[in-house]
Design a binder for this molecule. Sequence first.
Ligand code: FAD
Length: 291
Amino acid sequence: MKISEIVKPGQTAFTFEIFPPKKDSPIETIYKTLDGLHQLKPDFISVTYGAGGSANGGNKTVEIAQIIREKYGIESAVHLTCLYNDKNDVDEVLRDLDARGIKNILALRGDANPQYEIKHDFAHASDMISYIKSKGDYHVMAACYPEGHLEAESLDADVWNLRKKVDAGADHLLSQLFFDNEAFYRFRDKADAADIRVPIEAGIMPVVSKSSIERMVTMCGASLPPKFTKMMAKYENYPDAIRDAGIAYAIDQIVDLASHGVDGIHLYTMNNPYVATKISEAVNGILRFDR
Ligand code: FAD
């Protein structure tokens, strides 16, 4: 089923993201994560795609997306990057998705990694989005960046590039993680001014350990409000305390976003059902009150 058939306009979607097990781990290790996550009944679960594309086990993404639909009865979406895939590779992935009944794709460019050979059919996600749209009836999502993509010269320039993805056919946007809701509201206003009319889900990453915050902030450059840095400074060396504080912070962000009428919450679960459960229990009544 296409995601657009699950969540109606005006409702707040609640969706999860997971990543496949490492290359040398068996695919079955994902069951432990999914056993915990599926009972929270997210609107869909998306599965990330490793750098290097199909050359680096990209097919595990599609296999796991099928397991989510068929074994757990939850709709799924596959992430797909175009830096390491050419048109033939994308055709092959689409045939595989068709055979497995998967209709939902998060179309991304990906990041350069010297380990893998870059292919040149698609320079940007927008190029792959129009290609996928020309190939069949898929629900295509794209990434957006509330504080601007790291390579963009400004947030305004990035929003205009986002508009190109929507013009190319993106049906729905999932945001990069952020810790400052005000940044998200400013971005949403700019998207509105750029006439971007598709749903925008807010990406929420619960920070539950010191190492996860360092890694994430280096990778995406999210700004850290004083409320967040104070929390980190106080609890970062106490694992139970930082976990509980990170969960509480994410819940606080979600409640605020929901009351500001956000289209959806995309929870970066980091394959951690404990954290996703705590958050879901706290926000379920808020996100589902109109279902
Ligand atoms: P693009 O849309 O191509 O944008 C990249 C840069 O080019 C931006 O600066 C943008 O402003 C500019 N740009 C965009 N379109 C144009 C255009 N038409 N003309 C000129 N400039 C343009 N990476 C993975 O490898 N695997 C994953 O599973 C994965 N999942 C992700 C999920 C989410 C929700 C998000 C937010 C990111 C994810 N990423 C993933 C990371 C993503 O691949 C990187 O952020 C990458 O650097 C950019 O991808 P993009 O699709 O936004 O690229």
